[in-house]
Design a protein around this ligand. Structure first.
Ligand SMILES: Nc1ncnc2c1ncn2[C@@H]1O[C@H](COP(=O)(O)OP(=O)(O)OP(=O)(O)O)[C@@H](O)[C@H]1O
Length: 618
C-alpha cells in the first residue's frame, strides 16, 4: 500500500508542497485536482520516485523507499505523462516495451492494439495515437501503481472518455493516481478525489471503493543485450555525427598503425638490405698512413684464425658490368655488377661447380636470371661472358667462363671468382706490374663461427698500422637511430591525432547526453537506473570504437597489400615486403580503448548528476 507522510518540497524560496500526508488504496482511481500551479505534478513525481529531493516519507507497505527509489520504480510504478514522453529515436515497439530493456516484465497482451499502429513511424503519429502508445507502454509494465499526469489533456472528449474507461478497467487490478484539470470527467470515473490548493490538500472525497482483483500475466525476461541495443539505436539516431566520429578515429588509428608498421618493418628490411650489399661477415681495412696494400699482406691476413678470404680493390680499376658481347660493354644485355658480397666457399651451388682457374666465375641465381631472362639458366654453364673494367677512361673486357650458378639472390648483380683472380687477369689486359698497382681498401671475410669484434681486436693488435672496421655496422646503426627518431615523431603525432579524436568523441558524447537527457530521464521513469543509462552511453562510444577499429583492421590489411605491390614494382624484388604487425595493432587498439574510457568520464559524470524531474520538463 502506498503512503506519504509529511511531504514538503521547495523550489528555491517557493514552497510548492506543504506537509502533505496521504494514504492510498490498493486499487481504484484516485484523482488529484486543483488549480494550475498548486503542486499536483510535483506530488505525482514524488509518488513516482523520480523526485528524490523532498522532505517527508514515501512508504510502500509501511516501509520507506526513499533510499531505494530505482527498485521501487521498477517494481511498482508506471507512468502516463501529459506530453506522452515517447522516445523518438526508438521504434513503436521499443517505446512500448521500454521497461523490458531494464528489467523483466509482467506483460499484458496488447497485440491487437499494436496492429493498427505497426505500419506507422513515430513522427507521423497523431496526438491521439501517441497518447495510445503512452497508454500501451504503461500497460506493458504491469505495476501496482499507474501514475497519470493529465492523461486526457490533449484528447477530444470522445476519446478522453475511452481512455478513462481503459483506466477504470486498469484500476480493478491496480491503483491509478491521476492528476487532472477536468473535474467533471474525474468525478465520473474516480473512486477518491483529493483537492489541492497552494501545495496543500484542502479536501478529500471518497466516492466508492474498489477491491483489487489480482491477475497473473505472463512474465517476459529482460531483452538480451538490451543496453547494447539501446546504444546502437542512439548511435543510429545521429548517424551523420557518428559517422564523422568513426571516420576521425579510423583515420587516426590507420595512420598510427600503418606508420608504426612501416618504420618497424622497414628498419628490419633496411638492415637486411644493407647486409645484402655489404656482408655481415665483412671487415674493411686500410693503412693509417695512407700506404698501399699488397698481395703479400692480404695473404698474411688470410692465414689469421677466423679469416676465410681477403680482397683488395684496385684504386683506379672499376668493374662496369658483364655481357655476352665482346666488342663493347654498352649493350642492352650488359649488367651492372656490384662487388662480390661473400666468399663463394660458403654459397650453395644450384648448377655447375666452383671456379678452378682465374678466368672461371660463379653467378648468383638472380644475376643469371637477369642475364638470361626466362630461359633455362643452367644452359649458361660453359658459356663465355665479358666483364668490362675501366681504367684511365679506357674500357677493356676480360673473358670469363661461367662454371657455376649459386642459389643466392642478390640485390646487385654479382659474380664470384677465385681470390685475387681479377687482379691477375687485369694485369695482362692493361699490362702492369702487380707490385706497382695501388689499393687503399681491403676486405676480410670472417668465418661464421667467429665473432667479428673478436677478430678485429686480434687484427688490431697484430697490425697496429692498419685500421679495421665492421662493414655496414655504422650504416645500420645510423639507420636504426634515424628510424628510431622517425618512430618517435610519428608516435607523438599519431598520439596527438588519437587524443584529438578521442577528445572529440568525449565532447560529442557529452553533447549527445545533454541533447538526449530528456529521453534518458524517460528511461529512468520506466525502470532504468543511473548505471543502466551510463552503460548505454558507454556502450555507444564502445560501438564507435569497435566500428572504427574493425574498419581500421580491414583497411590496414588492404594498405599493406597495396604497399607490397607498389614496393615490388619499384624495387623489383620482394625484399621490401610488409606484414600486418599484430603487436602494433594490439598496443594501439588497447591504448585507444583506454583513452575512450577516459574520454567518457564527463558524460558519465553528467548522468550521475542529472536531475530526472528537471530533464523531463525540457
Ligand atoms: N523546476 C522548477 N523550478 C522552479 N519552480 C518550479 C519547478 N517546477 C515547478 N515549479 C513551480 O512549482 C509550482 C507547482 O508546479 P506543478 O507543476 O507541480 O503544478 P501543477 O499543479 O501540476 O500545475 P499544472 O496543472 O499547470 O501542471 C509552480 O508554481 C511551478 O512554477
Amino acid at each position: 500500500m502506498l503512503e506519504v507522510q509529511h511531504i514538503s518540497k521547495r523550489y528555491h524560496y517557493q514552497k510548492v508542497l506543504n506537509d502533505i500526508s496521504l494514504c492510498f488504496p490498493k486499487a481504484g482511481i484516485v484523482a488529484i485536482v486543483g488549480p494550475s500551479g498548486c503542486g499536483k505534478t510535483t506530488l505525482l513525481h514524488i509518488l513516482g520516485g523520480i523526485d528524490r529531493d523532498f522532505q517527508g516519507e514515501l512508504l510502500w507497505n509501511g516501509r520507506s523507499v526513499k533510499h531505494r527509489l530505482t527498485r521501487y520504480r521498477r517494481r511498482h510504478i508506471s507512468f502516463i505523462f501529459q506530453q506522452f514522453h515517447l522516445i523518438m529515436w526508438l521504434s513503436l515497439k521499443q517505446n512500448i516495451s521500454l521497461p523490458r530493456f531494464f528489467h523483466k516484465q509482467e506483460k499484458a497482451d496488447f497485440a491487437l492494439e499494436m496492429d493498427a499502429l505497426k505500419q506507422q513511424s513515430l513522427t507521423s503519429l497523431s496526438m491521439g495515437q501517441r497518447q495510445r502508445l503512452a497508454y500501451l507502454r504503461s500497460h506493458y509494465h504491469h505495476s501496482d501503481i499507474l501514475l497519470c499526469d493529465e492523461p486526457t489533456g490533449s484528447l477530444d472528449p470522445q476519446y478522453a472518455k475511452a481512455v478513462m474507461e481503459l483506466l477504470k478497467n486498469e484500476a480493478k487490478h491496480r491503483l491509478v493516481i491521476l492528476v487532472s484539470h477536468d473535474e467533471k470527467l474525474v468525478k465520473e470515473y474516480s473512486d477518491e478525489i483529493y483537492y489541492m490548493q497552494d501545495g496543500e490538500i484542502i479536501n478529500h472525497d471518497i466516492l466508492s471503493s474498489q477491491k483489487r482483483i489480482e491477475h497473473f500475466p505472463t512474465i517476459h525476461h529482460q531483452y538480451v543485450f538490451s543496453h547494447m541495443r539501446l546504444a546502437f539505436a542512439s548511435l543510429w539516431s545521429h548517424k551523420g555525427r557518428s559517422l564523422q566520429l568513426i571516420m576521425g578515429l579510423l583515420l587516426s588509428l590507420l595512420c598510427i598503425v600503418t606508420a608504426l608498421t612501416l618504420t618497424r618493418h622497414l628498419e628490419e628490411q633496411f638492415h637486411q638490405y644493407i647486409y645484402s650489399l655489404v656482408p655481415a661477415s665483412g671487415i674493411s681495412f686500410q693503412s693509417r698512413y695512407q700506404q698501399s696494400l699488397s698481395l703479400e699482406l692480404l695473404d698474411q691476413m688470410q692465414n689469421q684464425a677466423g679469416i676465410i678470404k681477403s680482397e683488395m680493390f684496385l684504386d683506379d680499376y672499376e668493374c662496369l658490368g658483364i655481357g655476352f658481347e665482346s666488342d663493347h660493354y654498352e649493350q642492352s644485355q650488359t649488367l651492372f655488377i656490384g662487388d662480390d658480397t661473400s666468399p663463394y666457399t660458403y654459397l650453395s651451388l644450384q648448377y655447375g661447380q666452383y671456379p678452378q682457374a682465374n678466368n672461371e666465375i660463379l653467378l648468383s641465381l638472380s644475376t643469371a636470371r637477369h642475364l638470361y631472362g626466362e630461359q633455362d639458366v643452367s644452359s649458361l654453364i660453359g658459356q663465355n661472358v665479358y666483364a668490362w673494367y675501366q681504367h684511365d677512361w679506357e674500357v677493356k673486357g676480360i673473358c670469363y667462363k661461367i662454371v657455376g650458378i649459386t642459389n643466392q639472390t642478390t640485390t646487385l648483380d654479382t659474380l664470384y671468382q677465385m681470390n685475387h683472380a681479377y687482379i691477375h687477369l687485369l694485369k695482362d689486359v692493361y699490362t702492369y706490374d702487380v707490385n706497382q698497382v695501388t689499393s687503399h681498401l681491403g676486405i676480410l671475410y670472417v668465418h661464421p663461427d667467429y665473432q667479428r669484434e673478436d677478430v678485429i681486436k686480434q687484427l688490431q693488435k697484430q697490425y697496429p698500422d692498419y685500421e679495421f672496421m665492421e662493414i655496414g655496422k655504422s650504416t645500420t646503426q645510423n639507420v636504426s637511430k634515424t628510424l628510431e627518431q622517425v618512430n618517435m615523431i610519428l608516435a607523438i603525432f599519431s598520439l596527438l591525432a588519437i587524443l584529438s579524436s578521442l577528445f572529440l568523441i568525449g565532447e560529442v558524447m557529452f553533447l549527445n547526453v545533454v541533447q538526449k537527457k530528456k529521453d534518458l530521464a524517460i528511461m529512468k521513469c520506466f525502470g532504468a537506473s543511473s548505471l543502466d543509462i551510463m552503460k548505454i552511453v558507454f556502450y555507444e562510444s564502445l560501438q564507435i570504437l569497435f566500428i572504427a577499429q574493425s574498419s581500421c583492421l580491414i583497411l590496414y590489411y588492404q594498405i599493406i597489400q597495396i604497399l607490397n605491390t607498389f614496393m615490388k614494382d619499384v624495387f623489383g624484388s620482394e625484399m621490401f615486403s610488409l606484414q600486418m604487425d599484430m603487436y602494433v595493432v594490439g598496443v594501439v587498439f588497447v591504448l585507444c580503448a583506454l583513452l575512450v574510457f577516459i574520454s567518457q568520464c564527463p558524460p558519465l559524470f553528467y548522468i550521475l548528476k542529472m536531475n530526472t524531474v528537471q530533464a523531463l520538463k525540457e
